[in-house]
Design a protein around this ligand. Structure first.
Ligand SMILES: *[C@@H]1O[C@H](CO)[C@@H](O)[C@H](O)[C@H]1NC(C)=O
Ligand SMILES: *[C@@H]1O[C@H](CO)[C@@H](O)[C@H](O)[C@H]1NC(C)=O
Ligand SMILES: *[C@@H]1O[C@H](CO)[C@@H](O)[C@H](O)[C@H]1NC(C)=O
Length: 523
């Protein structure tokens, strides 16, 4: 079914970079191979939380740089998105070419997590990735760190390396655009010495904690999964340092990763699973970092661009689903969408249904709920939703028929209940919609805290995270989506979205950088 999770890796990369910075060698000048002029190849996982920034950049390339041929190598689930982008781009610009999609075989990073039964669903349908913040969360990460760093079995990893190497050779692009969570693609690109760039949904503080002066990642910036505020208050500093040490000690010894590296090296992968060399000064790195909505860092490495939100919105919401938009326009509507990685357990479902009932009693709001039951359960969940849907004020749908960002920016969504993934966070920021963040794992706690700190929302059900109660769901949604508090949250969200717009249109900035590299190919 849908992709699972690929969240932790980003933060772990940050820690690994931190460890390696001390020993960073002087970079040797590199000669990159220049492929066919005006050709771009994206190599990404299909999970929307990871690939939306790439898809948005591709859309802008089609519309604003129609001389460039865009190729996309990803897993088959992304094919639809590519078709949609191509057809809408043609409406924007009749010169726009179509994206050439190259479906990859095998498992994407998120599907590869299913290789490990303890990370799958339990009998209640609760996903094994869900973990609390603080020390208990660190324990979860430490136990699974080798899986989060590289989820593929060694043969799967090698097969990806090989198929991607032939794809690169076949397309011969002037530039390869990479996803930081797709190690075999990074390895193939670098083994072939191709000109490349990274695009990431994450903020600088997620990617470059280790580059900050005075070991700032230890004491100055919130540790991964801590949910601590920035700057770290004195009374939490010792805890922050301790949590970092726990993380570091878990990456210090990784026998499974070492064995996998040996296997891959023996099979012709030159530099396998070497995450710490990810950023290079001569390789553009494009992030969604939005100055008005981030934890500011002291040091920004060379060639890093803060593009602001890179949102995917193929067409106006009305064009995507007129019927749904007609319903939404009736009343102020709250969108509940905890991301495509999260499927509900029976308990989560029951609590959310009760929470929604309480919201309906307390307000005049409507609710659009993107809901999927854990795919290991075959309960008749539709019947559970009947009492909600009979009110006419709730729409439950397993798939959103409209891009989340198109919904958010339609002007009819009053508040967004999200899990605090980097993608949803930035979409909400760009659209100026306040958020109720219900964090579920690792990096999402820091986004929950950030949303609260900059005043665009709250960390929902904070006392019980990652679990909820019907009462806290009601209280927090009512607070952000109605009354004088709601108006204050909306005003702040709009103010920050205006500031974000001054940074430029993220996907256009990103496309400009990629287009320049694409035009540097050979005849
Ligand atoms: C066409 O695409 C460009 C670049 O993405 C964008 O700035 C512009 O608003 C689009 N125009 C329409 C009519 O969609
Ligand atoms: C940034 O990357 C581009 C493309 O590789 C390169 O031409 C440029 O010299 C790099 N800038 C720095 C400061 O290294
Ligand atoms: C590549 O294409 C660009 C225009 O898109 C052109 O300016 C450049 O000269 C071309 N390079 C070569 C080597 O043909």
């Amino acid at each position: 079914m849908f992709g699972r999770i690929s969240f932790v890796v980003v933060a772990i990369i940050g820690i690994l970079i931190a460890l390696q910075q001390q020993f960073k060698p002087i970079p040797e000048p590199r000669d990159y191979v220049r492929g066919k002029n005006n050709t771009v190849l994206f190599l990404v996982n299909e999970h929307p939380g990871l690939s939306n920034v790439h898809a948005a950049t591709a859309q802008s390339l089609l519309e604003s740089h129609p001389d460039i041929q865009v190729h996309f190598g990803s897993f088959p689930k992304l094919a639809n998105t590519m078709t949609r982008i191509s057809s809408y781009a043609k409406r924007n610009n009749s010169q726009a070419k179509e994206i050439i999609f190259h479906p990859l075989s095998g498992l994407s990073s998120s599907d590869a997590y299913d290789n490990y039964p303890h990370l799958r669903y339990d009998e209640d349908g609760r996903l094994g990735h869900i973990s609390p913040h603080g020390i208990e969360g660190i324990n979860h990460i430490s136990k699974n760190i080798q899986i989060y760093i590289d989820p593929w079995f060694q043969e799967e990893h090698l097969a990806h390396f090989k198929q991607i190497t032939s794809l690169i050779d076949g397309v011969d692009p002037a530039v390869v655009v990479l996803d930081t969570n797709f190690a075999p693609a990074i390895e193939a690109t670098r083994a072939r010495k191709r000109v490349h760039a990274f695009i990431t949904p994450n903020m600088l503080v997620d990617n470059f904690p280790g580059e900050q002066p005075w070991l700032g990642f230890l004491w100055k910036y919130p540790a991964m999964g801590s949910g601590f505020p920035f700057p770290i208050p004195l009374k939490l500093m010792a805890q922050n340092i301790y949590q970092n040490f726990r993380l570091i000690s878990s990456v210090a010894k990784m026998p499974d990763i070492s064995a996998k590296q040996e296997f891959l090296k023996a099979n012709g992968v030159p530099d396998p699973i070497k995450f710490y060399g990810l950023h290079r000064d001569d390789v553009p790195w494009i992030t969604q970092t939005t100055h008005a909505a981030t934890v500011p860092v002291d040091f920004v490495p060379a060639n890093v661009t803060c593009a602001g939100p890179m949102t995917l919105s193929a067409a106006p919401a009305e064009d995507q689903d007129a019927e749904l938009m007609a319903w939404i326009k009736q009343k102020p509507t709250v969108l509940i969408n905890l991301g495509s990685a999260f499927h509900y357990s029976r308990t989560h479902t029951r609590i959310m249904i009760e929470g929604i009932q309480k919201i309906l009693e307390a307000t005049d709001l409507q609710i659009l709920w993107k809901y999927m039951l854990a795919d290991t359960l075959d309960d008749d969940w539709r019947s559970w939703m009947v009492p909600l849907e009979e009110t006419g004020r709730v729409t439950v749908t397993p798939w959103l028929t409209v891009d989340p960002f198109s919904l958010l920016s339609s002007g009819h969504i009053t508040a967004f209940v999200t899990h605090g993934g980097a993608s949803g966070f930035h979409e909400s920021i760009a659209a100026g919609v306040p958020q109720i963040v219900l964090p579920l794992w690792t990096d999402t706690y820091n986004y929950a805290q950030l949303a609260e700190q900059i005043g665009v929302g709250i960390w929902g059900c904070r006392e019980t995270s990652p679990d909820w109660t019907p009462e806290c769901l009601r209280d927090d949604v009512v607070k952000v989506a109605s009354g004088p508090d709601g108006m204050a949250f909306t005003a702040k969200a709009k103010e920050i979205s205006a500031a974000a717009r001054e940074q430029g249109v993220g996907r256009d900035t990103s496309a400009g950088i990629i287009a320049k590299l694409a035009r540097g190919g050979r005849e």
